[in-house]
Write a protein that binds this ligand. Structure first.
Ligand SMILES: NC(=O)c1ccc[n+]([C@@H]2O[C@H](COP(=O)([O-])OP(=O)(O)OC[C@H]3O[C@@H](n4cnc5c(N)ncnc54)[C@H](O)[C@@H]3O)[C@@H](O)[C@H]2O)c1
Length: 318
């Protein structure tokens, strides 16, 4: 299933947020490629189930701790002599964060600052940061990495953009090699959140009707997690801060996601109950499309379309 990156020299790698949906897949692939992995995660959204298949692997260790616990984080850095950090820890529960801004300030922004400080203190130079389309805000043109005037409309998007700003400063001050990848919606096995996950949960409770947030016309690109991991392993770490959109050219509406999930669950005649309005929740960007020319010309392209990614994720979640 996975395309393993060409085996470079074995590295000591920290994956922050490694017990989450995307982080656990990254852990699998980097261990397979022969690296030593330390996963730091407080399991506020992730789960041991995602990584427990590695517990006997001597190349893997798991530290259940809050990344913002600076003393403990420094101990982990001091013990492990990391050469690279993948920072995926964040609050991925956007709606919960929408009700309480301190969640995003803490789990999305402060985690980044704590990681950067620890990298600075321990001389670690390579960082991959999991960013998001939410940094662009609600822009209707094709989103280019060089776009200016970024005005996020959610605390989550704001915390990610503020993270990018701090990463820029640390990269410049410490001659770091940083890749920032702005993910679109990501789907696949081990989902912890999102429309596919929510719809399946709701339909298991009541297979006759489905509440759909908004008018169902929200339309976004969904990338299959294996494709995204390939992009994360493919892009080189070069001096400075290099920003890439990673995504797919196609997009899927929320109503289409409901249709795919119902088909995969073998359900017919499900009554859709739209809550109405063009957005699903405050801070939701109802429609966006990336300009992918930068990552495509670097030589990476996703293998699955948006609809295919959604269908594969639905199959894997059932
Ligand atoms: N899944 C998507 O569609 C998507 C889209 C754009 C960006 N991203 C970004 O990709 C990254 C991974 O997302 P995911 O979908 O795997 O989410 P996830 O919630 O499954 O993973 C995030 C992990 O971070 C951990 N975490 C959060 N705060 C922490 C803290 N203070 N200390 C230690 N651990 C903490 C959580 O327990 C969780 O395991 C996140 O940074 C997210 O913002 C995801």
């Amino acid at each position: 299933m996975w395309v393993i990156s060409p085996k470079d020299i074995e590295m000591n790698i920290l994956i922050a947020g490694g017990a989450g949906f995307i982080g656990s897949h990254l852990t699998d692939v980097l261990l397979e490629a022969g690296h030593k992995i330390v996963c730091v995660d407080n399991l506020c959204l992730g789960s041991e189930n995602m990584i427990k298949h590695h517990f006997e692997n001597p190349c893997f260790s798991f530290c259940k701790q809050n990344i913002c616990d600076v003393e403990k984080l420094n101990e982990v850095f001091a013990l492990n002599k990391f050469e690279r950090v993948y920072h995926l820890a964040a609050n991925s529960d956007i709606q919960k964060g929408g009700k309480n801004p301190s969640i995003d300030i803490h789990d999305t922004l402060e985690t980044t600052i704590c990681i950067l400080n620890a990298m600075h203190k321990h001389g670690v130079k390579e960082l991959l940061f999991a960013s998001t389309s939410a940094v662009y805000g609600d822009k209707r043109e094709r989103l280019q990495e060089t776009a200016g005037d970024l005005r996020p409309i959610s605390y989550y998007g704001g915390a990610k953009l503020a993270s990018e700003a701090m990463i820029s400063a640390f990269a410049a001050m410490n001659t770091m090699k940083v890749s920032i990848i702005r993910f679109p919606n990501v789907v696949g096995p081990r989902l912890t959140h999102g429309a596919v996950y929510d719809f399946i949960k709701k339909l298991r409770k009541n297979p006759k009707e489905l509440e759909i947030l908004g008018d169902g016309k929200q339309e976004k690109p969904y990338i299959y997690v294996a494709d995204l991991i390939e992009a994360m392993l493919f892009l080189p770490f070069e001096t400075g801060m290099n920003i890439y959109n990673a995504g797919v050219e196609s997009a899927t509406t929320v109503k289409k996601i409901a249709d795919i999930v119902c088909e995969e669950m073998g359900l017919k005649g499900v009554e859709y109950k739209f809550t109405g309005g063009s957005i699903g929740w405050p801070g939701d960007v109802p429609k966006f499309q990336y300009d992918l020319s930068k990552i495509h010309s670097a030589g990476w392209k996703a293998k699955h379309t948006s609809d295919e990614a959604v269908r594969l994720a639905a199959k894997a979640t059932l």
